[in-house]
Design a protein around this ligand. Structure first.
Ligand SMILES: *Cc1c(COP(=O)(O)O)cnc(C)c1O
Length: 412
């Protein structure tokens, strides 16, 4: 099955009780059973079935199954948000004293989370993405995983996942990839050696900014050991399912950051058109980036699809079907950035990406507000930087909106 067909048909519940074409919203907190024995059987894991939505729910289960097929995993867990997915993914294996080696080019929220983990004695060593020597030398006996984003948000660096996976595996470490910005449309990280893939569904999967959610998918190939990952000891009997088994029995249930059934439903709808939207959004982004670069020489345009991007050759190697739908521009000063943002009429000024509509934002004063100057610099966040999440509008209208805003800016 090809990509768009799979989005419509793969992992869908075709035996849905009444023939509904989407799994309906099971808007219920709990599920009754015919007998006390049946309920006990479900709790004991002896019978399949549902007991409580924090643990599992049919609408969520189908959505998880669809993402799992899409990413090529052995198990997918849906969460309340992308941040919850990252938190659960990490803390499912980490203990006090453990270290993460991470690309420094990260979403601001993830940097904030890594700082929160320090209170639990979990340290993160930041390295320059794709700097193999620096990555090798950051790894020590306490390192438990390597973390990177496929396309860094908002730096727009592209990770050579194959190479990073090789290094991780040579050190007996799993590679965790946040694929939110690239999506499975551009790359399926598990096929490139990633072990755990995280997506914020709030972005391109949902597509219309109508629900916050996250998913994490286990590729099932990493060989967990009790020596290095003592918290998995009781779960190693599940073989390749050890990681997911602990997550489902542990934090997914006990931290309580489950996806809402309605969110799973909205995400099912979004998923069907993700390929079409990405195709259009990538094309629009490429056109807008080229237009801005050609027309405004004083503006620095950053887009992995441009030959001038430092990451163009890696993008060419790892991404298929486009270069993503985010473009960043540097306009000279924070003041000019704010003015340009305010002059735009079509684009929404808000902190999100992956919507059908074009969204713009000043990262330094918003999503990276809590980062230190060094963290901002490493994450490619500058005072004069604007991030554009390109939507599916007609490109002529988008270009006109930016041209008009630049015209006003130059008249100032
Ligand atoms: C938005 C985002 C997240 C966080 O996802 P939420 O659903 O907002 O919690 C994580 N990583 C990246 C790359 C993101 O863009």
């Amino acid at each position: 099955m090809n990509f768009n067909t799979a989005l419509l048909h793969d992992g869908v519940d075709k035996k849905e009780k009444y023939g509904s074409t989407l799994t309906p919203i099971y808007q219920t907190s709990a599920f009754f059973q015919q007998s006390a024995e049946d309920l006990a059987g479900i709790f004991g894991g002896k019978n399949p079935g549902y007991c409580y939505t924090r643990v599992q729910n049919p609408t969520i289960a189908v959505f998880e199954n669809r993402i799992n097929k899409l990413e090529g995993g052995i198990g997918t867990v849906a969460t309340a948000s992308g941040m919850a997915a990252i938190f659960n993914a990490l803390t499912n294996i980490l203990m006090t004293g453990d270290e993460i080696v991470s690309s420094a080019s990260l979403y601001g929220g993830t940097i904030d989370l890594f700082r929160d983990l320090e209170a639990f004695g979990i340290k993160t060593k930041y390295v320059e993405n794709n700097n193999w020597d620096e990555i090798e030398s950051a790894i020590n006996d306490n390192t438990k995983l390597i973390f990177a984003e496929t396309i860094g948000n908002p730096c727009l660096d592209v990770t050579d996942i194959d190479r990073l996976a090789e290094i991780a595996h040579a050190h007996g470490l799993p590679l965790f990839i946040d694929n939110t910005v690239a999506t499975a449309y551009l790359i399926k990280p598990i096929e490139h050696g990633a072990d755990i893939v995280i997506n914020s569904t709030s972005k391109y999967i949902n597509g219309s900014s109508n629900a916050i959610g996250g998913v994490l998918t286990d590729g099932g190939k990493f060989k967990w050991t009790a020596e290095r990952y003592p918290v998995l000891k009781d779960y190693l009997k599940f073989g390749p399912f050890a990681y997911i088994a602990r997550l489902r029995a542990g934090l997914q249930r006990n931290a309580g950051a489950c996806m809402a059934p309605q969110t799973a439903y909205l995400n099912q709808i979004g998923l069907e058109t993700m390929g079409l939207r990405m195709e259009r959004q990538c094309t629009n982004a490429a056109s807008l980036a080229k237009h801005l670069q050609d027309k405004y020489p004083s503006v620095t345009v950053n887009y992995p699809g441009l030959e001038t991007s430092k990451w163009h050759s890696i993008a060419d190697k790892v991404l298929k079907g486009g270069y993503g739908a985010i473009v960043t521009i540097r306009v000279g000063s924070k003041e000019r950035a704010f003015k340009l943002l305010n002059f735009l009429e079509l684009a929404y000024r808000l902190s999100n990406i992956g919507d059908t509509k074009t969204l713009v934002l000043h990262p330094s004063s918003t999503i990276s507000l809590h980062s230190t100057d060094k963290q901002k610099e490493d994450a490619g966040v500058f005072e004069d930087l604007i991030r554009i999440s390109v939507g599916i509008e007609d490109i002529e209208d988008l270009i006109a909106d930016f041209d008009k805003a630049f015209e006003k800016l130059d008249q100032e």
